[in-house]
Design a protein around this ligand. Structure first.
Ligand SMILES: Cc1cc2nc3c(=O)[nH]c(=O)nc-3n(C[C@H](O)[C@H](O)[C@H](O)COP(=O)(O)OP(=O)(O)OC[C@H]3O[C@@H](n4cnc5c(N)ncnc54)[C@H](O)[C@@H]3O)c2cc1C
Length: 447
């Protein structure tokens, strides 16, 4: 029996009030209304905690198109349009995005630029060490990182404020009549004849015609409730069959904030700079002149009034590596615990100073506070958007997804019977067929 404040049945039940659950709810309500088939009253969002309580609410908030994989790039271009549709409601800052990279990544970056031109996504490519230095010094008078031979400057994209944007999305869904119920945990699913009939919660059960799973790093739990396999076979693009590959893998995202006035990190004209992403193979030294790394490294950063400083991150850690560095039970239930390795602060601040003279000697201003979190990755580190058990749509973004605010619009169309080309490359069946996305030479699993 349902708890008296939950409906006993609903047409569309969405689990998770993060970017994907809320965007799907909003667009689904709009789509139903536009088709004369109902509206927000047919859509219920349940979240065990609150709006933005998961990864979406702690994300750095970067919105970019820069992806080596054509299918990701097309999908991101679509999502950027959704961010641009209402910057105020989404607390979106369209400052652009700039990637600076070494020679080993040049070929890939040139290709990204060419394909951005093909899809009409505006960006500027600069090549050669001298031209890159001069481009970056025009942007920042104190730019000093050596060895950068390619710069890709995207004019669109930027970043958004995590919690504010989730509140904005929830408002849009509610304005369409969607009910967003928080403090309700989904504990099980009632499966019959291969389909989901009802959702069990700690407040009673709710029958549903369609289930949408949008639970971010908790996807492993709902996957299990759907009685889907913990390991799968994956065919690599060269035809080899890899057996028993873990469906879900966890990485710890390393992020933090340098406690300087964000208003001090402006460009040479005094304006807000693009979100910066720097990859480098130059040796990285800390403030004391000690070697941090002589392997490929990468950082991203932006001035952020929401975080109150210069905020950003570096490459994530595998859970095993993190376990050695920080006190966390990596094999406990998935949750975006705020855990950052002590080594992160040294590396990230060294890298900021490596790039900009203004950050030299600022290591002591690093804010030692909760930041970063767990990301849940698929076998090829790219999203899975697909229907399972006949009526359960799983949105598993492989930790790419704060920027993917438009995915919910596409999922809503699919739920309403219109398959979307932009989502086709992200079906689960690609693992069996060996239709994996190409991998880049970036040190990040999400580029
Ligand atoms: C530190 C960090 C920084 C990131 N930075 C960026 C970035 O800059 N740009 C970018 O594009 N991406 C970024 N990401 C990735 C991005 O945040 C995620 O991919 C995205 O937010 C996932 O959205 P979601 O809606 O799937 O899940 P979430 O936002 O995690 O929402 C899932 C919701 O489901 C609820 N839930 C879970 N289980 C249950 C249950 N059993 N019953 C009821 N409710 C449940 C949770 O409470 C939660 O609110 C970052 C991730 C992290 C961790």
């Amino acid at each position: 029996m349902a708890h008296d404040d939950l409906p006993t049945a609903v047409r569309y039940l969405i689990v998770g009030a993060g970017v994907h659950g809320l965007s799907t709810a909003w667009h689904l309500a709009q789509g139903l209304r536009a088709r004369g088939e109902g509206g927000g009253e047919d859509v219920l969002v349940l979240d065990k905690t609150a709006v933005g309580a998961g990864a979406s609410g702690i994300a750095c908030g970067v919105v970019r198109n820069n992806y080596f994989q054509p299918a990701m790039r097309r999908l991101m271009a679509h999502s950027v349009s959704v961010w641009e549709s209402d910057p105020a409601a989404f607390s979106y800052h369209p400052v652009g995005y700039l990637q600076a990279a070494p020679e080993s990544m040049r070929e890939g970056v040139v290709q990204i630029h060419a394909e951005q031109q093909e899809i009409g996504y505006p960006s500027r490519l600069v090549e050669g060490e001298r031209d890159c230095r001069s481009y970056l010094q025009d942007l920042f008078g104190d730019w000093q990182a050596p060895g950068i031979t390619n710069v890709l400057h995207e004019r669109r994209g930027g970043y958004a404020n995590n919690q504010a944007s989730m509140r904005g999305l929830a408002d849009k869904a509610r304005a369409q009549g969607v009910s967003v119920r928080t403090g309700v945990r989904v504990t099980g699913l009632d499966l019959a004849d291969g389909a989901v009939r009802a959702v069990m919660t700690d407040r009673g059960s709710v029958r549903c015609e369609n289930l949408v799973v949008a639970v971010g790093p908790w996807v492993r739990d709902l996957w299990q409730m759907l009685e889907l396999p913990a390991t799968i076979d994956v065919r690599s693009p060269d035809g080899r069959l890899l057996s028993d590959v873990d469906m879900w893998t966890y990485l710890l995202l390393q992020e933090g904030t340098l406690g300087v006035d964000p208003g001090l990190f402006t460009d040479t004209s005094g304006g807000m700079p693009p979100v910066m992403h720097v990859d480098s193979d130059a040796p990285l030294l800390d403030e004391d002149g000690n070697l941090v790394t002589d392997s490929m490294w990468g950082i991203y950063y932006k001035p952020d009034f929401n975080f109150g400083g210069v905020q950003g991150g570096s490459m994530p850690l595998t859970v095993e590596k993190a376990a050695a560095d920080v006190a966390v039970d990596p094999y406990g239930p998935a949750s975006p615990e705020f855990v950052v390795s002590p080594e992160f602060a040294r590396m990230w601040t060294a890298a900021l100073a490596h790039c900009h003279a203004r950050f030299q000697g600022t290591r002591h201003l690093y804010r030692d506070e909760a930041s970063g979190g767990l990301g849940c990755f698929t076998p090829d580190s790219f999203p899975v958007f697909d229907t399972f058990r006949q009526n359960a749509y799983v949105i598993a973004d492989s930790n790419h997804g704060y920027k993917m605010i438009g995915v919910g619009a596409l999922v809503a169309d699919e739920l309403l019977g219109e398959p979307q080309d932009l989502l086709q490359p992200f079906r689960f069946g690609r693992y069996e067929r060996g239709e994996l996305h190409p991998t880049s030479s970036s040190p990040f699993p999400w580029s």
